[in-house]
Design a protein. Sequence first.
Lengths: 480, 289
Amino acid sequence: MNTVVVSSTMNIDGREFLLADVSRGMGQVGVLKSNSAPGSDTDVFYVESEPVFSMSKHNAFDPAADKLIAQVSGIEKCSDYVKTRLSVVGDNFFLFNQGLARSVTPVLELLTEGLYVVHESKMIPSDGAGNFFWNAYNIRHEVAGSADKNSVIGDANFSPCFLIPCEQAASYQPKKMSVLSEKIEKGKISGGVAYHVTGMFSALLDGHHTATACLLNDKDFKCLVIEPLNDVVYDSEENPGKKKIIALSCPFVKIPIGDLPENMLERFLVTRKYARPATYGEIKSKAAKSVKTTSKRAFPAAVYEKAAQLPDCAMAESAAGVNNLSEEQLGALLAGEVKYDDKIIISSNYYSSVTTACNYLQTANFARFLTFALDIMRNEGLSAAHKYVAERLLNIMHPSVHEYFASVAAEKGETDGFVPEIAHKYIKRWEEHREIKRHEEEAEMHARKKRHETLQAVSETRGIATLEAAVRDIGNIPKK
Amino acid sequence: MAFESLPGVKIKSADEKQTFIIADFFSVYEKGNEIPDIYKWTDVISVTENRDVFIIVTNVKTYRISKASVPDSLTLLTVRAIIEGAIAVSPGVEYSFGKRILPPKTLCVGCEIPTDAYVATGAYAEKEVNNSNVVLLSAGLDRIIWTIFPLATIAMFAILSVFWGDVLNNLIKFIPISLFAGGAVAMVFYLVCAFGAKTLYGRILRDDPALLEEITFVVCDEGFIAAESGIYDFSEIISWNESAYFIETNHVYIVFKNKKAVFWLPKRLFPKDKHSELSDFIADRLQQR
């Protein structure tokens, strides 16, 4: 029987998305349960018969517990049939403007039966802790922001923006970077396709090289994100004992039950979260036998440096959980208050309020963040938050931060407390950062000089009058 | 959650006034209402399964799903497995059910069955269930019979004394008569119970359609399970921690939890030369009584 995908575009609270109903799905992409021991709680994200990565929890009953994630296999081992379906989606949508529904259908057909929300979002190519995503999951470890429930975000909508790779790091091809960089320069860059798996994380099904190139060229990496619709929301205004479920939800959006077509709602209610694909046995045995592969192919050093500067999980969750912070509210926080105008600003806990405000501002308004964070650091009465804020500032190479830490380092020795210790560490990093910048500038100068010399040589040998004409001649810029 | 890959089930009540959907959520469509009432399983207060009906009490309403409205026994067993799987991870839900031989799936946890597990399939035979139940009963009735015997003897002695009188002269008659009467009462009591035990299979059959299904039996390092083959996919187990001890009869191994039998494993499903190995395997994990 053929797979049927019925989809419709919706707009709820200004969030535009595609709602897709997949029936008789091929079950080639999804998440399955694979518990190796009684009481363990392990999910495996699979593509075809490859167990791409596993996600497990220490405490199966705690929805707020972060998960241990480990890459097990790679999508490159899958058949061309699946790989082709995944690879055409990004180009069709981002380059050929074929429309969301038409572009994404080849991937939706690969999924298991159920309802899905598809939207276009900017993704962050890191693991949410400043590490480049593509080789961040080689070792099984607990990943912050991967819990099913997030206390900072609560019921707010958000886009699961951090990435887990589906290709193994060994499939990275450095040669592709120059081609993609050129495409980025010409504005002809495609995007990726991702599938939401847990918390703030999505599995990147296609677009690993594009994500890397975007990071290297400081461009936004956009993805079509597919989110299984498998949670519900209660009416918060009802009596707590008699709360009614009023909407279906995924991280990106909450859809009121009344807005759903009847057959789609029934599909949601009958479909179970964990379907069992035909390749279940094969996936299980491969997952059990899998041997960790480490890549000898190194990513450019700039990738790691740029990934470290990306917003982290705490910032992203604060940005999602906090709608807006007024100057007056920030002023109240700086005065050591958690309330403004008799209303709790963020949380009744002061430390939590300050850290969340910092993280929110760092993504929403960087200039305001710097002022707010430095104001906190300069206020001795707010010492409870100093360590957290100082650690936040440690990775920010900015003259005003340098000025503050330099004054602290000048006044106090490295062992005079945690802020002076961080200050000294910052000064060392600042010097290293300056050194790297200097090298980069020198390398760029050198490259420019070499290019100039080449052009001069071309113009001399071919008798071309101007350098511009020489450049046109070797085809580096298009002729007008 | 156990049994989380079983497909959801939609059941229409006989009077067609309600449609129930039992899956990751419990949902009810009332006739004429396009929007269903949806409940998380944690919103359910209690579930009672009796011979004819599932009674599901939620924080808002009480629902009754008649078993007669479930199209076939496999669907009924699927409904039961989904409910029990959900209750296993919602400890606040009260659950009660009738007589059964298969262990409740509320004890199950997700676990991949290793390849070296002891696995067998087959249905329970009436004879082995009844005979084993008599053995169980005999063991359980020991103390009661040894209490009934002296009490009945004393009672008979007292009756004879009241009605016959002259105890001292008739002592030689009263003692054997009382002893015989005490023994007879204990024997009758035992026979009545044994007759009851002999009909256990028939009584369970009335309550539990699973008894007629092919059952998959698994015993492995991680635990044990007996579940209907039609719904079991080798992803669930009952941990050895859920059991206290086991006994071995001529026909079956029976594993107990809180003095209640939770797992009956028929010996005939395994080759005879494997019996001692299987006994040792279970004895390594549980105390044998």
